[in-house]
Design a protein around this ligand. Structure first.
Ligand code: IFM
Length: 461
């Protein structure tokens, strides 16, 4: 009999989604346009010209989807609210039909004894706010607080777990530097850092509003962090790693924990000519203290390892040092081209906890894209996803044994869905979705996950 690694009592097992990725109904019942509606409708932005107009039609099928969650034994479900369903113009007039939709979803979850875990912002900013500058404009912070107030006033009695923002670094850099995500702006580092600042400011100012409207709740933010490893011990690789980590992770973690904005990152950006000065004009007196408002938890989205290799290694430095390579044939890759490297999760969790003393951590996303579909028997035998999850669950267990206060785990994703710039090509779901018919099938990974949840533990093999 195989050994079972037991998780602590009350450990929460769930799955996650986001509004734009599953809901569809992009103009239903008074919903306004979001930046993702605009972006996906712009030719050339999304693989195969796909959009989230219909997606998984969850807007109309949420009851069936909650039944599937129940069948899977989920204890909690992380989903996001589409801001433009509530405020079609981003602020001002509330659209009651939008509130009704989420109210019914929350009731359905509670009836099924599934804890709703709500993200307020998972990237679908109302387009009218973008027209005024989006997150680069400080007034978007006020609009976010107005939206937070209505949502948490309405649902605060029934929802006790709140996430302000999902992955602010992705909004920042993919939205304003790489341009792969809405609003699709390229190479504008000053705008990116202004957006990041306003995202964090709005997060921190939202916390007391959430706590007032939802007594006894817990509230936090979700950050993404891959495990970064230098390709060699050369100074150039180590420097590049420090810069990348500084920009994508430390920038956010430091500011949220009262350490301000990383000065080495600022200096590098000035040296590279990406920002004019280390003085950020959008940071007003008191902002950094505000941003360090304590949170109840931090959510970590973890997927893979990235090996960091600089092009700038001087010849004399290119010595036969320890090299961490990722030979294509010896390494497991998911279909996103992301390396499967479960040990990395331990490093990242340990760093979050030991370096920042975060009181409670959830893994708010972890999962793998594999396109396995229904076989002749009508079932989806997604063994690779099971292996991926099993190995990551084992590492999570190890982290708990090391003392990391890990309180729950959300698999990304509940179901196959719209994977942003990748359209529907990438499938992360525990549930298979046929986008022609909207038929759903629980994959083998969903059935396996049900066992894990039932036993509150993962078998070693
Ligand atoms: O689909 C996304 C999700 O919206 C945010 N985190 C990463 C996932 C996979 O790319």
């Amino acid at each position: 009999m195989s050994t079972l690694l037991k998780f602590p009592d009350h450990f929460l097992w769930g799955a996650a989604t986001a509004s734009y990725q599953i809901e569809g109904g992009w103009q239903a019942d008074g919903k306004g346009e979001s930046i993702w509606d605009r972006f996906s409708h712009t030719p050339g932005k999304i693989l195969n010209g796909e959009t989230g107009d219909v997606a998984c039609d969850h807007y109309n099928r949420f009851k069936e989807d909650v039944r599937l969650m129940k069948e899977m034994g989920l204890q909690t479900y992380r989903f996001s609210i589409a801001w433009s369903r509530i405020f079609p113009e981003g602020r001002g007039k509330v659209n009651q039909a939008g509130l009704n939709f989420y109210s019914e979803l929350i009731d359905e979850l509670l009836k099924a004894e599934i804890i709703p875990f709500v993200t307020l912002f998972h990237w679908d900013l109302p387009q009218p706010l973008q027209d005024e500058g989006g997150w680069t404009n400080r007034s978007t912070v006020d609009a976010f607080l107005e939206y937070t107030d209505i949502v948490t006033k309405t649902f605060g009695g029934r929802v006790k777990n709140w996430i302000t923002h999902n992955e602010p670094s992705v909004v920042t850099y993919l939205g304003y530097v790489y341009g792969d995500h809405a609003p699709g702006i390229k190479d504008d580092m000053p705008a990116a850092l202004a957006a990041a600042h306003h995202l964090m400011l709005s997060h921190a100012l939202a916390l007391p509003i959430i706590r007032k409207n939802s007594p006894g709740c817990e509230a936090g933010i979700v950050l993404n962090a891959n495990y970064l490893q230098p390709a060699s011990r050369s100074r150039a690789d180590l420097q590049l790693l420090r810069e990348r980590d500084g920009l994508w992770v430390r920038w956010f973690l430091d500011a949220l924990h009262g350490r301000g904005y990383a000065s080495d990152v600022l200096s590098s950006l000035v040296a590279e000519g990406k920002i004019p000065s280390t003085q950020l004009e959008f940071v007003q007196p008191g902002d950094l203290e505000t941003i360090s408002e304590p949170m109840d938890f931090v959510g970590l989205n973890f997927y893979n390892r990235d090996v960091v290799r600089s092009d700038a290694i001087p010849e004399e430095e290119n010595l036969p040092q320890t090299v961490f390579s990722q030979p294509k044939d010896e390494v497991n890759w998911t279909e996103m081209g992301w390396e499967v490297y479960p040990e990395g999760l331990l490093h990242v969790l340990a760093r979050f906890y030991f370096e920042y003393q975060i009181p409670k951590i959830y893994i708010t996303e972890n999962g793998a894209s594999y396109s396995d579909g229904p076989g002749p028997d009508g079932r989806v035998h997604d063994e690779r996803r099971i292996a991926y999850l099993r190995e990551h669950f084992k590492v999570a267990h190890q982290a708990i044994e090391m003392g990391v206060p890990l309180a729950g785990y959300f698999v990304w994703s509940l179901m196959d869905n719209f994977e942003w710039a990748w359209g529907y090509r990438q499938r992360f779901g525990l549930v298979w979705v046929n986008y022609e018919t909207q038929e759903r099938i629980l994959k083998d990974s969903a059935l396996w996950y049900h066992q894990v949840i039932r036993q509150n533990g993962v078998a070693l093999k």
